[in-house]
Design a protein around this ligand. Sequence first.
Ligand SMILES: Nc1ncnc2c1ncn2[C@@H]1O[C@H](COP(=O)(O)OP(=O)(O)OP(=O)(O)O)[C@@H](O)[C@H]1O
Ligand SMILES: [Mg+2]
Length: 225
Amino acid sequence: MTKIYGDGDNKVKALDDVSFSIEQGEVVLIVGSSGSGKSTLLNMIGLLDSPTNGNIFIDEVNTTTLNDDQISSFRNKKLGFIFQFSNLLSDLSVLENILLPIQIAGTKSSSEKEAIDLLKAVGLETQIHKRANKISGGQAQRVAIARGLINKPSIVLADEPTGNLDSVTSQLIVDLMKSMAIKLNQTFVIVTHDRQHFGTVDKVITIKDGKAFEGEEPPTMEITV
Ligand SMILES: Nc1ncnc2c1ncn2[C@@H]1O[C@H](COP(=O)(O)OP(=O)(O)OP(=O)(O)O)[C@@H](O)[C@H]1O
Ligand SMILES: [Mg+2]
């Protein structure tokens, strides 16, 4: 799959013929330096944007053939998002923010009790009824994590989920995601600069200049003269 932004002189090849597969239930890290194409890749997998060339299959569905309505419904049912800028609705309470995806999907896949359990798991049980604009940035990040998990999406996409968090909280979040992957067979695709907190994971994909390599490091360049 290839993603090119812009055209003419402004053309940027953000992803250059990347190809890999992820199994259900795997915890996969996407690592690489700033500007290498990690968020672009996550946006493609999350169906927030479409590739310039190539296809993305999720559960054997070629998502590039879906229309906008089908994409929205696919996203609401199967995908959960945890983004760097948490975008909470400031007039709603912490709990109400977490319950939003349930209302949007129109399913009863989770209850208020599960929302409270998730809030406990991210260490926010004392903040449940606070308004979202009255909590700190790190707390908001944790609310966004709980919100991304509430619908028990089969695939969770996270862009720097531990980005604003201290080391202890980061570890809490990492452990929560890893245990959910096992308990609920959820797939986690996580962009991170925080490699060490994740310990052992199922797969690491390294992005370098828009190319994807499986493993911790891109292969060393071979020079033949
Ligand atoms: N909407 C866009 N329009 C044009 N170019 C873009 C757009 N989004 C990203 N790019 C470019 O594509 C390349 C990859 O960007 P991307 O955001 O995927 O990097 P990243 O690996 O997530 O970086 P970071 O670690 O800083 O978040 C960069 O050169 C970036 O400038
Ligand atoms: Mg990014």
